[in-house]
Every structure is written in structure tokens, then in C-alpha cells.
Ligand binder design. Structure first.
Ligand code: BGP
Length: 461
């Protein structure tokens, strides 16, 4: 073995409710923003495939959990659907949802696959969006009530909780760059949404601690390490600003209990400070995470604006920097994302050095590929050697970070099985397990799944 990982390393994968469950209008589930958006604008979605056509985890979770075990998972992250638990976002809990999540959790525990449970994965209940979603503080309290019910119902068996997955994404997608509902471009709302999401996380953590359930609670952040085009001070400054806006905006308050000073000063200067109530900052300060999930897909390369920003134009971060495609980099052509394996090491070392070496793990990393069916061999197995290479090359850097003292506890691939992916629907496939939509969602383990089993069994490769 060249790369041996610490004893008890978490090997597994992650997924989310909207992307895998299906049964989107069954058993009392309320609509969430994805169900609604698809109903309104199916053309936005690749091949017009909507969130009802997913991997049918709702019906097939037993089979799926057996497959997880078969490919060496000792842990798996799922999300609970807020709108399944509370069809109106608040009020009466839906008993059928409670039964479903109880059964899933029991099955995972019985199979020795530890459940990691996330509470919010981009899936705002429509009833809450109608009153403004995360722009409205009432929704923060509704989320905390929902979280509290989940802790009470499932906390006896779930010992790893997460408040949010990639909270910057609904900010960017919903209020800056038009790829999540409500797809408005409004930087003031974007900031308020980001702030309220973070506050909801701290408040949920507070409740969790008060319940003394003997588990850990964290947040999952998509960290995109920022690299300047050159060492020219303008490029370096642009890259630092991108880092403050897209990484440290959530990383600093989640781990250190306060917002980065650069971010606060630019928001003040631009007149975009969110509404903060008295006492909020104390809650944020006192309720930081125990555990940090790091999703890593791609770096961010940044250069200074060639033309100075127009001071009259409404503020958007990209008024201060340009994203920069570095020539000659390895790309994933299906997703248009750069593949830069060392980025994962840079993040982990940054967490070690600047964030108190908090316990962390890779909570997502993966490679979406279009048209994988063409790699199916005569025995029906998808020969995804490119995925094995992708995972292996990232794991080498994770291993190096651990050797150098980073407190990294596990690696979860995005994702367990091919699933429905926001506006990209089923275009890019990410799973260890393929889902054949033509054949009643038949599952089959890809070559990478068999490879991962060995990695997990040997605790290295
Ligand atoms: C992350 C999300 C996942 C997943 C993944 C792949 O941002 O947490 O939900 O979708 O990215 O991205 P995509 O499906 O857009 O290719």
C-alpha cells in the first residue's frame, strides 16, 4: 500500500433528497422550489427531466443500502427533505415522512453504514419561498423548528449532523447568477439570504447543543481555493476578495464565529450590509461547528479587472475581479470545470493552519461524465477508469495533508448512484453505481465502485 489512511477513516459517498428520492408528490410531501420551478419552466431543465424522475431511493432504499455495503461504504450522507417532513414548511409534521426517514436510518444502522444527515440541500419548501424564502427572518425560525424536530426524532441514531450543504450556492444561484429559483439578480437580497442562512445554522447548532445528544454537528461548504493569475498586487487583491466573498463568508463565521473584516468593510462601503438583529452576533459567535465538511470540485482562478469598475453600477463581486481560465489546465469537458487535484490539499492545509485544525472530511468530490453508457462492457459494467484516476489523484493529496497533520477523517464521493442534478438533470453521471433510466432505473456497480470497495477494505491503496 502506498497510501494508508488513519484507522477508522470514513469511506462513503453523499447524496441529497431532491436528487435521489423521487416520490416528489407522494405521501403528503409538499412542493419545494425545484418541484415548482420544473412545473413552471420545464425548458430550463436538461432534456426536460424534472425532480420526479430521480433514482427512486424512496422506493428502493433497501436495495441501495445493500449496494453501499457491497462497495465498502462505512458511512453515507443523505439529506432530509424539509418539504417532506413539513409540507407547508412549518406546522404539523408529516407522519409518513417520519416513517420513511426512520426506516432509512434504521436500515443504514443495521447495515453498519453510519448515517450522516444534512438538513438543507437547496430545497426550500414552496410555502416558505412564497413568503420570501431565506430573505425572510420568519423562515430562519421555521428552519430551526424543523431542525429541532429532526434532532429529537432521529438523534438517537444519527450522530453526525449538518445544517446546510453549500450555503453559498443558493445565494449565487438564486440571487446573483440565475441558476436556482427564484432566479432574481438582487445583490441586497443575496447578502440577506446568505446572512440568514448562516444565522439559521448557528441557531440550529445552539438547539443541538442544548439537547445534549452526544453527537457532532457541522456544516458542509464548497471551498474553491482562489489562485491569482499572477503575483501582481492587483491580481492578488482580486483573488483575496474572491476568497473572502465565496469561501470565508461562510467558513469564518462557521468555524471562528465572526465574518471576515474585508467582507464587512466592502459591504459597508457599497451599502449592502444585511439586517442584523441585536443578539445575533452573540449567537453566531457562541455556536460554531464541531465538524467541517469540505466539498471540492474545482479551483477559482482570478485576475484583476482590466477596466476599473464603474462606480455607478450596482455592486456585484465580479465588478472587482474576473474569473480566469488558465491556459493548458486539465478540464472536465462535460462540466466545464478545471481538475486541479492539489486544490484539495491547499484547502485542507488552510483549514489546518488558519482554522484551528478543526475536524474535517471531504464531503463531496467527484467527476460528472456525459454518455457513460458508451463505456459499458459486454458484461454490463461501466468501465469508468477516468473516475478511478480522478478519485485516486485527489486521495493522494488528501493523504499528504494528513501526513502533514491535517485533521481529515474521511472521503465521500459525490455521489453513490447516478442522480438527478438540478438544472443538468441526468446529463452528467457521478455515481459509483449507474442508474439506467431506460430499464426501470436498474442499478449496476461501475468499475469505480469495485475499486472503492478494495480501497475501503484496505484502508488505502
Ligand atoms: C454540488 C452539490 C450537489 C451536486 C454536485 C455536482 O454543488 O452539492 O448537489 O449536484 O455539486 O454538481 P452538478 O450536479 O451541478 O454537476
Amino acid at each position: 500500500l502506498h497510501y494508508r489512511f488513519p484507522e477508522g477513516f470514513w469511506w462513503g459517498s453523499s447524496a441529497s433528497a431532491t436528487q435521489t428520492e423521487g416520490a416528489a408528490n407522494l405521501d403528503g410531501k409538499g412542493q419545494n422550489i425545484w418541484d415548482y420551478w420544473y412545473e413552471q419552466e420545464p425548458n430550463r431543465f436538461f432534456n426536460k427531466v424534472g425532480p420526479v424522475v430521480t433514482s427512486q431511493f424512496y422506493y428502493r432504499y433497501k436495495e441501495d443500502i445493500a449496494l453501499m455495503k457491497e462497495i465498502g461504504h462505512n458511512s453515507f450522507r443523505l439529506s432530509i427533505s424539509w418539504s417532506r417532513m413539513f409540507p407547508n414548511g412549518k406546522g404539523e409534521v408529516n407522519d409518513k415522512a417520519v416513517d420513511f426517514y426512520n426506516s432509512v436510518i434504521d436500515e443504514l444502522v443495521a447495515t453498519d453504514v453510519e448515517p450522516f444527515v444534512n438538513l438543507y440541500h437547496f430545497d426550500m419548501p414552496m410555502a416558505m419561498q412564497e413568503i420570501g424564502g431565506w430573505t425572510n427572518r420568519v423562515v430562519v425560525d421555521a428552519f430551526v423548528d424543523y431542525a429541532t424536530v429532526c434532532f429529537r426524532l432521529f438523534g438517537d441514531r444519527v450522530k453526525k449532523w449538518f445544517t446546510h450543504n453549500e450555503p453559498i450556492v443558493p445565494v449565487e444561484g438564486g440571487y446573483m447568477y440565475d441558476f436556482h429559483y427564484p432566479n432574481e439578480v438582487d445583490f441586497g437580497k443575496a447578502i440577506q439570504v446568505g446572512y440568514h442562512t448562516l444565522l439559521s445554522s448557528a441557531k440550529a447548532i445552539k438547539v443541538y447543543k442544548e439537547l445534549e445528544q452526544d453527537g457532532k454537528i457541522g456544516i458542509i461548504l464548497n471551498l474553491t481555493p482562489s489562485y491569482p493569475r499572477s503575483q501582481h498586487p492587483a491580481d492578488v487583491k482580486a483573488s483575496q476578495l474572491a476568497d473572502a466573498i465565496f469561501n470565508r463568508s461562510f467558513l469564518d463565521p462557521s468555524v471562528k464565529g465572526g465574518f471576515p473584516a474585508e467582507l464587512v468593510s466592502i459591504l459597508k462601503e457599497e451599502g449592502y450590509m444585511p439586517m442584523i438583529e441585536e443578539g445575533d452576533m452573540d449567537i453566531i459567535k457562541a455556536n460554531t461547528v464541531d465538524l467541517l465538511g469540505v466539498n471540492y470540485y474545482q479551483p477559482r482562478r482570478v485576475k484583476a479587472k482590466e477596466n476599473l469598475p464603474n462606480p455607478e453600477a450596482p455592486f456585484m463581486p465580479d465588478r472587482y475581479f474576473d474569473n480566469y481560465v488558465m491556459p493548458g489546465r486539465k478540464m472536465n469537458p462535460h462540466r466545464g470545470w478545471e481538475i486541479y487535484e492539489k486544490g484539495v490539499y491547499d484547502i485542507l492545509m488552510n483549514v489546518k493552519e488558519n482554522y484551528g485544525n478543526i475536524e474535517c472530511f471531504i464531503s463531496e468530490n467527484g467527476m460528472g461524465v456525459e454518455g457513460e453508457e458508451r463505456f459499458r462492457d459486454e458484461n454490463g459494467m461501466i468501465q469508468d477508469d477516468y473516475r478511478i484516476e480522478f478519485i485516486g489523484e485527489h486521495l493522494k493529496w488528501v493523504h499528504k495533508a494528513i501526513q502533514e497533520g491535517a485533521n481529515v477523517k474521511g472521503y465521500h464521493l459525490w455521489t453513490f448512484m447516478d442522480n438527478w442534478s438540478w438544472t443538468n438533470a441526468y446529463k452528467n453521471r457521478y455515481g459509483f453505481v449507474s442508474v439506467d433510466l431506460e430499464k426501470d432505473s436498474e442499478r449496476s456497480i461501475k468499475k469505480s465502485g469495485h475499486w472503492f470497495k478494495k480501497v475501503s477494505e484496505n484502508n488505502g491503496f
